[in-house]
Structure formats: structure tokens, C-alpha cells
Design a binder for this molecule. Structure first.
Ligand code: SF4
Ligand code: SF4
Length: 186
């Protein structure tokens, strides 16, 4: 009676190697071929001035052609009277995977429609991963992201904390997908 050799997979989609892969050297040569092809393709693009060949050397070089839906700077949207639309519910800070949003809620008894507001709203850009979850979680459309990235490189992390005042003035009207103030608003 013959027993079929059976190897348990370490993970569910672990590929099985054929004899060609088991020879090892052909696959090494194939990998070197792919690397060389990409190298010479990029070199050709660079020499002929075409796009897509090189990394941008930020911050010395700045890109201007961000994709329309690139997740860059955050903006805090404003009500027509200029106050932040944020109601300090803390949902963005709770969902943030990097825990970089800090909000200090305050109470305004003179504004019964929006009594709760953020006295302090700060984002630590040295740790933000630009995932956009804060924007998705906001129930008030009070935080958005515009395509441009913040101009914040610094050797000191504390300089990369951005506060409410700056977040309120980072060109919210430039989010053309969702113009602000909304159409028809006073
Ligand atoms: S983009 Fe992501 S990491 Fe950055 S503040 Fe929003 S939720 Fe946090
Ligand atoms: S930005 Fe939105 S989610 Fe964050 S505290 Fe303000 S209202 Fe809540």
C-alpha cells in the first residue's frame, strides 16, 4: 500500500511549488530579470523626461498634481457664521487608528442649537496615517480632507501639531467635490 505524501499548508493560500521553482536558480534569474527591466524602463523615462520614473525628493521638490481624491490636509468646515460645524462628539478621535486627534469639548449656553463645541481640536501630523477614517466617521460633515498635503516637515514633532484655528482656515472651499458652504445655504 502506498501513502501519498501530504504537507499541511502553513496558511490557507500558500502556493505549492513545482519542480521548476524547486530548482531555485531559474526563479532567482527571473527575479533579477524583472528588477533589471524596471530599472532600465525607469532610466529610459528619466532620460526622456517622461513622468513616473522617479520619486519626488520632498521637501526640496513639491508635487502639484495630486489626484483629485487624494487624502491630504484636514479642514474643519464652518457654519455660515464662521463657527466650526463640529459638535465635539469625539467620534473621529475614537475611530482614528493612530490616536492623533485630541478634542476638548466646551459648552455654550447662549447657542441652544449647538451648545457643544470644540474649545480645542488638534491633530498630530507626525503620526497621522492619512487613512480618512475620521472623515468617514463624522456625523456632521465637520471634517474633510483636501488633496494637498500639509507643508509640515520638521525635526521637532511638536511643530507638527495643528490646532483648530489652522484647520478652520486650510482652504475648505477648495474641496470641489463637496463645495462649502453647501449650495443654497444662506
Ligand atoms: S486620517 Fe486617519 S490617522 Fe489621520 S487623523 Fe484621520 S483617522 Fe486619524
Ligand atoms: S469632527 Fe465630526 S466626528 Fe469629530 S468631534 Fe467634530 S463632529 Fe464629531
Amino acid at each position: 500500500m502506498t501513502h501519498k505524501r501530504y504537507r499541511r499548508k502553513t496558511y490557507w493560500n500558500q502556493p505549492t511549488m513545482g519542480w521548476w521553482e524547486r530548482l531555485y536558480l531559474p526563479e532567482i534569474l527571473r527575479g533579477l530579470g524583472i528588477t533589471s527591466w524596471v530599472f532600465f524602463r525607469n532610466m529610459g523615462k528619466w532620460m526622456t523626461g517622461r513622468k513616473g520614473a522617479l520619486t519626488t525628493y520632498y521637501p526640496e521638490e513639491r508635487r502639484r498634481d495630486y489626484a483629485r481624491h487624494n487624502r491630504g490636509k484636514h479642514v474643519l468646515t464652518q457654519r455660515p457664521d464662521g463657527s466650526p460645524q463640529c459638535i465635539a462628539c469625539n467620534m473621529c478621535a475614537t475611530v482614528c487608528p493612530a490616536k492623533v486627534i485630541e478634542i476638548e469639548a466646551a459648552f455654550d449656553p447662549d447657542d441652544p442649537a449647538h451648545p457643544k463645541y470644540p474649545a480645542r481640536f488638534e491633530i498630530d501630523y507626525s503620526r497621522c496615517v492619512f487613512c480618512g477614517l475620521c472623515v468617514e466617521a463624522c456625523p456632521e460633515d465637520a471634517i474633510r480632507m483636501v488633496p494637498e498635503v500639509p507643508n509640515l516637515p520638521s525635526g521637532q514633532r511638536m511643530r507638527m501639531w495643528i490646532g483648530k484655528e489652522e484647520l478652520l482656515t486650510w482652504n475648505p472651499q477648495r474641496d470641489v467635490a463637496k463645495p462649502y458652504p453647501p449650495k443654497g445655504a444662506a
